[in-house]
Design a protein around this ligand. Structure first.
Ligand SMILES: [Zn+2]
Length: 590
């Protein structure tokens, strides 16, 4: 029997396009208008707000006590809302609160979707609850932050030289704050007081994700390349071609990185800091990381940004070398812009994926480097084409970040444990992909082989099955990622018996806690592929005790044990310091 048209089920669209400000209102296109871009976000049936399955935009201004009218979309036949703001006018962008609501909704959802794509599973926010509240005009102040307590991203606005500056219109600021909310959900212990690296990691990582999100928009890279060639060749610049001599690492650093740093709204640096500008101005040197100046968490975070963004440029040069020349020594300009956006996008995926390959506690930059390289190697064994891993390794080294001692040589991967060392006969793999108790049983049965510390409180924090798609052949890679942590609380006077040094002036009766943790990665057959550990104690490895001693010394030095200093306060203080360093008393206080 012939099928009637009405019987045919048309699959519903999974994504939809929404218009956003490409970077911030200071970045304008060749026509002088604010550069906008259409981005893909997950398709969903939205309630008034927009209010979707993961984000609820509530446009309440606490400073003026105004509740703006929620944005409502007309729906097409597919149940998918239509973009109300295609090709918006300058007036709409700057003056229509409903456009601001769309802008934050789309960027938050796009960032979430990038995390979910990279990790191959659903990703939760850093709080119980599914929907993140987002207030695009939360208060009159040059600030924006994630607050776990309110389960919200709050964006401020403030007077600028040419009218009001809205932090909710800045792509990198919105993506940065969203990243805090996501990393907090993935690695809850990364906000604990630990080393200078850990304190710097959240900020540096959020900046890297935000910048690569911006560079992954073709409209942005195209604009920066156009701008640069007009600057150099004036009106003689070819609209279609770009000479190879402008595509060296140094030239691209100038046109793309420095170009964007120059374009970004200066006034917004009150909110976003200057990570990109500083990272461009920081040529590779192994000295920064040892200097006292870079003990400060935000400065130290900029090192991570510098190492990553320089690797991005080197990768791009390699990719461009494989593009065919079309005339003499010239390349097609749109293809160059496209390659730049694609390189940024690939590096963004690598960056996010690396989180799964980090231990749950005490992250240091060297660990992140091995995580980046190992996670990528698992999904894309052959690095020869674009050499992402080679360039990352070289770039981190250039900034004094060497692979840690347990990493393999010369690739700096995490070592794989030998498969036969572990007992599996008493655990069920199917439950191991989702059940913390089952994973705990595996850990308990294998505590010796895993070299866990005896006598410590041990808990499985999460068990997450993932399905990632390999970029080269489209094959799925199934993994289960489980986090386990260990803790002991002890009086400082007894630290010596564990081989850990007590900070000299710390009183003997001061209670301290020592943490350790391990991320276990199982393959699709339930075999343990990696056990990425920051051990609590390990008598066979003096480095472990040395790290615990160093951590206590750092915490003592930074005043963590001073009376009344709570973990939460320490952390919010750290964020306030960034603001205070920049002319006004602001708080990114998430
Ligand atoms: Zn931040």
């Amino acid at each position: 029997m012939a099928q009637r048209a009405s019987d045919v089920v048309v699959p519903k669209a999974r994504t939809r396009k929404l218009t956003i400000v490409a970077q911030d209102p200071a970045v304008t296109g060749t026509d002088g208008n604010i550069l906008t871009a259409e981005v893909d976000v997950p398709a969903e049936e939205l309630a008034r707000g927009p209010w979707g399955y993961r984000v609820h935009v509530i446009d309440y201004d606490g400073s003026t006590r105004t509740l703006y009218k929620p944005l409502e979309y007309a729906v097409d036949g597919d149940g998918v809302a239509k973009d109300r703001f295609r090709k918006p006018s300058q007036r709409t962008i700057l003056g229509d609160p409903q456009f601001h609501a769309q802008n934050v909704y789309a960027i938050v959802m796009r960032t979430l979707a990038r995390f979910e794509f990279a990790l191959g599973r659903r990703v939760s926010w850093g709080f119980r609850g599914h929907q993140l509240n987002v207030a695009p005009h939360a208060f009159a102040d040059a600030n924006a932050f994630y607050t776990e307590r309110d389960q919200a991203l709050l964006f401020g606005y403030f007077p600028g030289r040419r009218g009001t500056v809205f932090s909710c219109l800045s792509h990198d600021v919105v993506a940065h704050e969203t990243t805090h909310a996501l990393v907090d959900g993935l690695r809850e212990r990364f906000t604990d007081p630990s080393s200078p690296d850990q304190a710097a990691f959240h900020e540096g990582f959020a900046d890297v994700v935000a910048l690569l999100s911006v560079f992954s928009l073709r409209d942005v890279t195209r604009l920066l390349l156009d701008r640069d060639s007009r600057k150099r060749a004036g009106t003689r610049a070819s609209r279609r071609l770009i000479d190879r001599k402008h595509l060296t690492a140094e030239a691209l650093r100038q046109s793309l990185l420095f170009g964007l740093a120059e374009e970004m709204g200066e006034e917004l640096s009150l909110v976003r800091g200057q990570a990109l500008r500083r990272s461009v101005e920081m040529p590779p040197s192994r000295d920064y990381i040892k200097s006292e100046e870079f003990d400060e968490p935000h400065r130290r975070g900029e090192l991570l940004v510098a190492a990553m963004m320089n690797a991005f440029v080197e990768v791009l040069v390699t990719r461009l070398a494989s593009l065919g020349r079309i005339e003499g020594n010239a390349l097609d300009r749109s293809r160059v812009a496209e390659e730049a956006a694609e390189s940024a996008d690939y590096l963004l995926t690598m960056t996010i994926r690396a989180l799964d390959y980090t231990a749950p506690v005490h992250i240091e930059f060297a660990d992140f480097l091995s995580a980046l390289l190992t996670a990528d190697h698992e999904i894309r064994p052959d690095d020869s084409k674009y050499q992402f891993r080679k360039h990352l390794l070289a770039s981190f080294r250039g900034y004094g970040i060497d692979p840690c001692s347990e990493a393999t040589k010369p690739d700096a991967f995490w070592p794989s444990p030998s498969g036969d060392a572990f007992r599996r006969e008493r655990t069920h793999f199917e439950s191991m992909t989702r059940d913390p108790d089952e994973v705990f049983r595996f850990i308990w049965e294998n505590r010796r082989a895993l070299r866990l510390s005896d006598g410590a409180y041990t808990r499985v924090l999460s068990v997450r099955p993932c399905l990632r798609i390999a970029p080269d052949d489209g094959f799925p890679l199934r993994e289960t990622v489980a986090e386990c942590m260990q803790q002991i609380k002890i009086e400082a006077g007894r630290l010596k018996s564990l081989g850990v040094d007590k900070p000299e002036e710390m009183p003997d009766d001061q209670e301290v806690s020592l943490d350790g943790g391990m991320t276990l990665i199982f393959d699709e057959y339930g075999r343990l592929k990696f056990a990425i550990a920051k051990r609590l104690l390990d008598l066979s490895d003096p480095d472990v005790q040395a790290r615990q001693s160093r951590r206590l010394a750092d915490l003592w030095r930074f005043g963590y044990y001073r009376k009344g200093a709570s973990l939460a306060r320490r952390f919010s203080t750290m964020h306030r310091e960034r603001a205070l360093g920049m002319t006004r008393a602001l708080a990114e206080e998430w």
